[in-house]
Design a protein around this ligand. Structure first.
Ligand code: CO
Length: 399
């Protein structure tokens, strides 16, 4: 076998559960050897498809498949202006596919190339939401029955409510009252702890919806419920507040699903201002970038909690798991299950059993894409879906 090179790149957009996903298939000079990667930026998925087709594909064809680090560096600098979600996801599609190919060539699962197993199951958490505290409790109980030992609990997801008493001219949509949200959430957690006890680990996501000083007071009040972590207490634009809340509260903090750029997390990690780093792996460039970030966090005592709800392909889940199982400072993996349609489009979805995820033992990432099945679920654009809420006076709330 001579040097194996990239022969072609296919970009495959698909939406098996009505969430736009982008998968990448890298074909090689060996007729049956290919790899798959996740390049999903759900909210702007088409821009990633075009970035790969128009800019990345011409750069990578003919390049050797084994130099994953060189490929990452080459693509990362190739646009000069860098660190945005579109191009990072495009890089991730190639990067993860090359790791998949490397594993297939070695005859080993990707996690073996990242250090092998340093644990034997990957603890996962799922979401229990409800419009009332009783409904959230019921959904949390269902997850406990499925074996989950860690559960994220929310009421009205991120506190959005249909409010009356709005100023005239306020557009239709979801409205959000921060004070009401804080009160509701404190009552919710009091209820959940009373009903579910203290054996289950609880998580809550603020989704950066509070003003910084409200967020600090809220974090202090949430200490009573002994959370596993409190997520996204501040927005990426307000990172300086983490050093302030640290002095006032010992609530464990998770942050980072919106990060694209190393400048956003370096200081936070070095100053130990968070406990869990929660990046979306494809958003920072794939396995090469994700594994390095995990290694960077280790000496600072910061654990990983990769972002992983429905806006990630099962290929991306397999990539997360390869890092999770080989990383000593792993914390937890967010997980949203797989639908039947997803399992049809992505044969070899990672296995979930009794609260734990398990990597495939097949060479590479152990997962494939069925292009015929993928074509049955075309992407659609829900233009208003991500415009989430406004304050009670009609002001737009970010995220
Ligand atoms: Co979140």
């Amino acid at each position: 076998m001579g040097e194996i090179t990239i022969r072609d790149v296919k970009v495959i957009p698909t939406a098996p559960r009505d969430i736009n996903l982008v998968a990448v298939k890298v074909l090689t000079s060996e007729p049956d050897l290919y790899g798959v990667g996740c390049a999903t930026f759900t909210q702007r998925s088409n821009t990633v498809v075009e970035a790969i087709e128009d800019y990345i594909k011409p750069l990578v064809i003919g390049k050797p498949v084994l130099n994953t680090e060189d490929m990452f560096q080459y693509l990362y600098g190739s646009s000069y202006w860098r660190n945005g979600p579109v191009l990072n996801n495009a890089i991730s599609g190639i990067d993860e596919a090359l790791w998949d190919i490397k594993g297939k060539i070695a005859g080993l699962p990707v996690y073996q190339l990242l250090g092998g197993k340093c644990r034997f199951g990957i603890a996962a958490y799922a979401h229990a939401d409800g419009t009332t505290k009783e409904e959230a409790e019921e959904n949390a109980r269902k997850l406990v029955e499925q074996g989950y030992k860690y559960i994220r609990v929310q009421q009205n997801t991120y506190g959005g409510e249909t409010l009356t008493d709005l100023p005239s001219g306020a557009p239709e949509g979801t409205y959000y009252d921060p004070k009401q949200y804080m009160k509701t959430t404190l009552t919710l957690f009091d209820h959940i702890r009373q009903k579910l006890g203290h054996d289950v680990e609880l998580i809550h996501d603020v989704h950066e919806r509070l003003s910084p000083i409200d967020a600090i007071n809220f974090a202090r009040e949430m200490e009573a419920f002994h959370l596993f972590f409190l997520e996204d207490l501040f927005s990426p634009e307000q990172l300086e507040w983490f050093s302030k809340v640290r002095r006032l509260s010992s609530v464990p903090l998770a942050m980072g699903e919106l990060f694209n750029n190393p400048h956003e997390w370096k200081t936070l990690i070095v100053n130990q201002n968070i406990d869990f780093i929660r990046i979306h792996t494809s958003q920072i460039g794939g396995i090469t970038a994700g594994k390095k970030m995990a290694v960077f966090c280790e000496p600072f005592g910061i654990r990983t909690a990769w972002h992983g709800p429905g806006d990630i392909t099962p290929i991306g889940v397999a990539a997360n798991i390869a890092i999770d199982i080989s990383t000593p400072n792993f914390g937890i993996q967010e997980f949203d299950g797989f639908s039947e349609a997803e399992c049809e489009v992505f044969p070899g979805c990672p296995e979930f059993r009794d609260g734990f995820l398990y990597p495939s033992e097949k060479p590479g990432l152990g997962i494939d894409i069925n292009e015929k099945a993928a074509a049955k679920y075309p992407c659609r654009y829900h233009h208003n879906k991500w415009l989430w809420a406004r304050l009670t006076d009609g002001t737009c709330v970010r995220a």
